[in-house]
Design a binder for this molecule. Structure first.
Ligand code: ADP
Ligand code: MG
Length: 741
């Protein structure tokens, strides 16, 4: 092997991530078979994997807490040695592990419940950090269930690598696989020493402009800081790298699609479509003029953003963000009508049957009276036609709709996943809209788009509009929907009275809530009651909802007309119940979360959410958005205690604000990126340092740089080092897509 080919020899320009990813961790001294296996079970296989395990925190030896100085109630990190360990079974069969630990200044008791494995992890003599709150148990000082980081285990004592610095990095090692933080630190230290320098993918100028450390200093600074202050710019640089890789992947994906795409030039005129009067109004103008309300400024602005895209040669890829009740549906319909006016079709896909039905019902009345030209008819025109297609559409009806979509006699179709089946073919799909995108995967978005028309075997891509159910923070949107342009409806239609939200925790308060419900019904208003979430199948959920409805009918809401809606009902039954409620023939609708999205009954003024602590923030906000749709004062009552601290914060936040954008930010802080990014992110260069809630500026800078680097260079031909890095760190599928050919 020549020197240039041997990846263990650093080239003068520094080691690339690709080279580090090609080295197995067992090249490191001390990583023999057993340790390598332990690392592997923790998903660390290569030297790069190891270097990307960042410390969870640092201990500054000069400022470490001493047990003797701690007061009861203090939260602290104690570095101590295990002096004794025992376990016993308690009355309730749970195992309790009990330790005495000694830090040289004092001793305390440490107890763990239901964590029998701690006995093995924390054998006598083990040195570890215990992070928790000091309290007292029968007069003895103790910590219960603290976070533990083992620094030096009894067997794992590493020779000759005594840490002399003041700052000790603590790695989030998985103790269950038998590695101590100390060992990981030692391996990382060796990897850094032997790497010497890291190849730098960013220009000197970019580093200066963005005030970023070079990568070599950043790696040193995060793993081996001399002072705590050093870790800050180090983390910043490495977080930037994570965000940049992610943004590059997204921006490149968009640029490649654009390069290969041919869009439809829709017949729209941005200004004209929104002007008040015209002599020969277009279909869009007729639609807007026919609305029973004036569009909000935000709706006008967003519609013109969309129409600009529709009239442009590239297919639209746009995300529409708007709070619950901001009027996204009208925007969606205007977009579809714009397609129809040029002879194309529009499709809207919703995540549930209830929502699709609701949309079909509402949109049918919105487009009532709209006529399009049809030379084949005596009248010279025909009404714009709308169809609803779900998996419970009867076969005969379905056949008619499928035929109508294929021959163009159906202009607008509303549906569920059923739209994606192979037999559904469009004559000329011009606009595809996906509502409540969080319920759909990227694949389904793409699949709907694929339904685009085929003219003489040549494809033109339909324009795509994706709508969110509730706002997501801008930073999260830039990551999850980073390949889409964004429009924001940041204004609610006028005349809404803000919803009053109260969290009723005690039984007394709950009784008051049911009293309010009866009062509101007495005033002619209607009420939703959302049943507690229960674990288990749809069937289990349905049974519990049924029981709850029966109970309410007999006790709290006796004498009122109470209906029931859940996911196990046949769609005809569901429709029947919804219609009764809408028509005012029911006072109260007891429902599972099937009513979460889209249901629109302006006369409903009370939303009661039982056991609210179990619902997520977006869900709570979305449910609350079912009321407050008319002029009357509306109320949202959250019932039940919070079982976790997060639940407590969610419910308090709900009481404090009705602004979905604010709630989304709080939710991001509470949940972190993981759950929000979900499967979209899986396999993509993960965010381990970057925090979407606090690294907003960094993300925006990464986005801008990604745009700039790929401008005119969609596969990063001028930045081979970065391209190489992306290829290594993206999952295979994404990499294959970006770098094909
Ligand atoms: P969401 O954005 O949550 O999907 P919808 O599209 O369901 O909201 O609209 C909520 C309600 O507001 C509907 O009843 C709709 O008819 C009404 N609405 C929409 N735009 C306006 C407007 N500009 N003025 C008054 N009411 C409006
Ligand atoms: Mg909606």
């Amino acid at each position: 092997m020549s020197e240039a080919e041997d990846p263990s020899v650093a080239p003068s320009a520094g080691r690339t991530l690709t080279q580090l990813a090609a080295l197995n961790v067992d090249v490191l001294k001390g990583v023999a078979e057993k340790k390598a296996a332990a690392l592997a079970s923790w998903d660390v296989h290569t030297v790069l994997d190891l270097l990307w395990c960042y410390p969870r925190r640092y201990i500054d030896r000069t400022r470490q807490a001493d047990l003797k100085d701690l007061a009861l109630g203090d939260e602290a990190v104690i570095l101590a040695t295990v002096a004794s360990v025992s376990q016993r079974r308690m009355k309730n069969k749970r195992v309790m592990v009990e330790l005495t630990v000694d830090d040289g200044t004092g001793v305390m008791r440490v107890v763990f419940f239901n964590q029998a494995w701690r006995v093995r992890q924390l054998s006598v003599g083990t040195e570890a950090l215990f992070f928790g709150k000091l309290d007292a148990y029968r007069g003895e000082r103790q910590m219960a269930n603290p976070i533990v980081d083992v620094l030096v285990g009894m067997e794992g004592r590493v020779q000759g690598t005594a840490k002399t610095g003041r700052i000790i990095p603590v790695y989030p090692q998985s103790s269950k696989v038998g590695l101590t933080s100390w060992e990981i630190g030692t391996f990382v230290g060796e990897a850094l020493r032997r790497t010497v320098t890291f190849a730098e993918p960013l220009d000197e100028r970019v580093l200066n402009d963005l005030d970023l450390l070079d990568r070599t200093s950043a790696m040193q600074g995060i793993h081996n800081p001399e002072t705590l202050e050093e870790t800050v710019p180090a983390r910043r640089r490495l977080a930037f790298d994570e965000l940049l890789r992610l943004q590059l992947a997204l921006v490149m994906q968009r640029r490649l699609l654009e390069r290969d795409a041919r869009g439809i030039l829709h017949q729209v005129d941005v200004g004209e479509a929104l002007s008040a009067e015209s002599i020969a109004p277009t279909l869009v103008e007729q639609f807007i003029a026919g609305l029973s309300f004036a569009l909000t400024d935000a709706q006008r602005r967003v519609i013109s953003e969309i129409f600009t895209d529709l009239g442009a040669p590239l297919p639209m890829h746009r995300l529409l963000q708007g709070d619950v009740g901001s009027g996204k549906t009208v925007v969606a319909v205007a977009t579809m009508v714009a397609a129809v006016q040029g002879g194309f079709q529009g499709a809207l896909m919703a995540p549930t049957e209830v929502l699709a039905e609701q949309h079909a019902f509402g949109i049918r009345s919105l487009i009532e009276g709209l006529e399009i030209r049809d030379e084949g008819r005596l009248e010279g025109s025909r009404p714009v036609s709308l169809a609803l297609l779900t998996s419970s559409t009867p076969a005969a009806e379905r056949a008619v709709i499928v035929q109508g979509l294929a021959d163009g006699s159906v202009d607008i179709v509303i549906g569920t996943h059923a739209l994606l089946t192979d037999s559904v073919v469009f004559q000329a799909l011009g606009v595809a809209i996906v509502d409540e995108q969080h319920r759909f995967g990227v694949e389904q978005r793409a699949a709907l788009k694929e339904k685009g028309r085929s003219v003489d075997g040549e494809r033109e891509d339909p324009d795509l509009l994706v709508m969110t159910a509730t706002p997501i923070p801008r930073t999260a949107a830039m990551v999850v929907f980073g390949d889409l342009e964004m429009s924001v409806l940041d204004e609610l239609p006028p005349g809404r009275t803000p919803i009053t939200t109260r969290w009723a925790q005690s039984e007394l308060e709950e009784t008051e809530v049911w009293g309010r419900v009866r009062d509101e019904v007495g005033d002619g208003h209607q009420v939703y009651v959302v049943c507690p979430l229960v674990e288990g199948s749809q069937r289990v959920q349905a049974r519990s909802a049924t029981e709850e409805a029966d109970r309410l009918r007999e006790v709290e809401l006796a004498g009122l007309r109470v209906g029931l809606l859940h996911g196990q009902m046949k769609s005809q039954e569901k429709e029947h119940v919804m219609t009764s409620f809408r028509d005012g023939n029911l006072d109260v609708l007891v429902a599972t979360t099937v009513i979460e999205v889209g249901v629109d009954v302006p006369n409903a003024t009370v939303m009661v959410i039982e056991d609210a602590g179990r619902f997520g923030m977006a869900q709570l906000h979305q449910l609350r958005g079912r009321v407050g749709r008319g002029a009357a004062q509306s109320y949202c009552y959250l019932l039940g205690e919070a079982t976790t601290e997060d639940a407590q914060r969610r419910l308090t936040a709900m009481e404090e604000t009705t602004d979905g954008f604010v709630l989304a930010e709080i939710d991001l802080e509470l949940r972190g990126e993981g759950t929000i990014l979900g499967s979209r992110q899986k396999g993509r260069s993960d965010l381990s340092l970057a925090k979407l809630s606090s690294d907003k500026d960094l993300l925006i800078a990464a986005r801008a740089l990604a745009e700039q680097l790929t401008d005119g260079d969609p596969v990063l031909a001028n930045n081979p080092l970065l391209a190489d890095e992306l290829r290594t760190t993206l999952n295979d599928e994404d990499a294959a897509f970006l770098f094909k050919g």
